[in-house]
Each structure stands twice: as C-alpha cells, then as structure tokens.
Design a protein around this ligand. Sequence first.
Ligand SMILES: [Zn+2]
Ligand SMILES: [Zn+2]
Length: 288
Amino acid sequence: MKRTGIFFTYFQGERLRDFPEALDGLLNKANVFYYDAVYRSRAGLFYLEPATEQLLVKVHSRKMIEAVKGTGHYESALYSAGGTVQAADEIFRGKIDNAFVFTSFGDHHAGRDFYGGMCYFNGAALAIAMLKEKGVKRFAIVDTDSHHGDGTRSIFRRDVSVLHTCFCDQDYSDRYHKIDVHIPDCTTDEEYLSKMNQTFRPAAEGFGPEYIFWEYGYDATSGDYGDKGITRDCHIRLAEFLKGTADEVCRGRLIAILCGGARRDTATYTIPRIIATLAEQKGGFEHA
Ligand SMILES: [Zn+2]
Ligand SMILES: [Zn+2]
C-alpha cells in the first residue's frame, strides 16, 4: 500500500468549499498523511510550509516576484507552490510515496518572468529546482488541464532533463522532450485515455523520469470553462493510469497538483477519488 500525502491549502473561491470535510473517509487511513496550511490547531497534523523566497528566485525573476506581491495573492501563491515543493521533499526523504496537492493558484501559466490565468508561482518548477540541488536528474510533467501549459513550457523549453507532455489544443514535439498532444474541442473519455496511453506512456518509459508531476486541471470536463466533453470519471481513470505509469517507471513517485477547473461538484467528486486511487484505498469511494 502506498503512503500518500495530502497537502492542503484553501484561501478563496467556490470550488473547494466542501474541503477538507470531503476528505473525511481518507484522513483516518494509516497510509494517508495530511499536511495542512489552514487548520493548524488540529491535533496530529503536519504543517504545510509556504515556498521560500530563496527558492522562488531560482525559477522566477525578482521583477516578477515583486509584481506578484502587488496582486494581494502573494501569501496564498506561496502556500500553493509550497505544497508541491514540500510533497517532493517528503517523497525524496522517503516519508511518503506519492501526493495530492491542493492549490489556490495553479502552476502552468506561470513562467520565469510572467504570470497569468490564476497561476502565480510554478510549484512543479520550484520542486524540480529543489530536487536538482539534491542530485535528482530526470523529471516528467504531464499536464491534463484543458489549456496549453505555456509557463511550464517556457521555463523548461531547452531543458532536456524535463519531459513535458501537455494535452491541449496544439500538436507538437521536439528533441528537447517537449510534447503537445492535440485534444479536439469535443472528445470522449476513451479517445483521451487512448491518447494518454499512446503518447505519455512510451515517452515516460523511454525517458526514465525519477518523479512524475501531474498538473491536474479538470476544466476540460463537460460543463466547465475548458469543456472538451470528457466526464468526471475520466479523471479517475487518468489517475489510475498515471499511478500505474509512476509505479512502473519511477517507484510510484507521483505528485498530482490541482490546476484549472471551476466546478465545485467536479472537485468534490474527483479529488477524494483521485487521492483514494493514489493511496490504494478505493473501497470507501466506489459507492459514495
Ligand atoms: Zn485551463
Ligand atoms: Zn500544450
């Protein structure tokens, strides 16, 4: 059974209104570890630490960091990115095997010198910068948000140590291990999963990452703002697939990071099931 870390932060917005209560069926499991940035008074928890400015400057320009301070979202952006950094560190130190990271602000539209689309700091890029200093050499980022991960792509454009596979509206691949898989405006779960199987699986097997970061955006679900026609169950199947891939190629080291998606019902349905999949604790959720 995998040891799964949940890194929880929630500052604003509608979509996470049902959390952390919606995790109740998971938090009592012996192999699930809860790191909380919000409810620090609760007993028996680990704390989620914000990202440090010392680490931020390894990925983002000082000018951009100063600009984020002016948005009023600096603190929640630090906690959002900090969850991914801490998850990667806990996995590195052998405390947990995989993780799900809640965020108030996502990663993938945040580049070295720009931010946008509700993404301020790039948590996956910060975690990779931290892991590189510890000697980790190869990383995969798989992005199933509906939109192109332009920030992540710009940070790692010529970095051959990072396989970046992005499911979006582009079709692209290059010798730097950067891949875009075109998802049409109206697709099906079967077609989406088959593309994942045909592209990311062989790419990851050939590349041999030591960690897989999953930018989990659910905005491609029917009825959300990046609607591509997939159902909410597609995300659970993606979680099963990516967990299986991580188990095969990198000893299960998978970090799922909440990215785009606005619907509260989709978050409440998918996130506990994804975490249950990571923790191999699916029993309690199949009929919930
Ligand atoms: Zn998106
Ligand atoms: Zn893309």
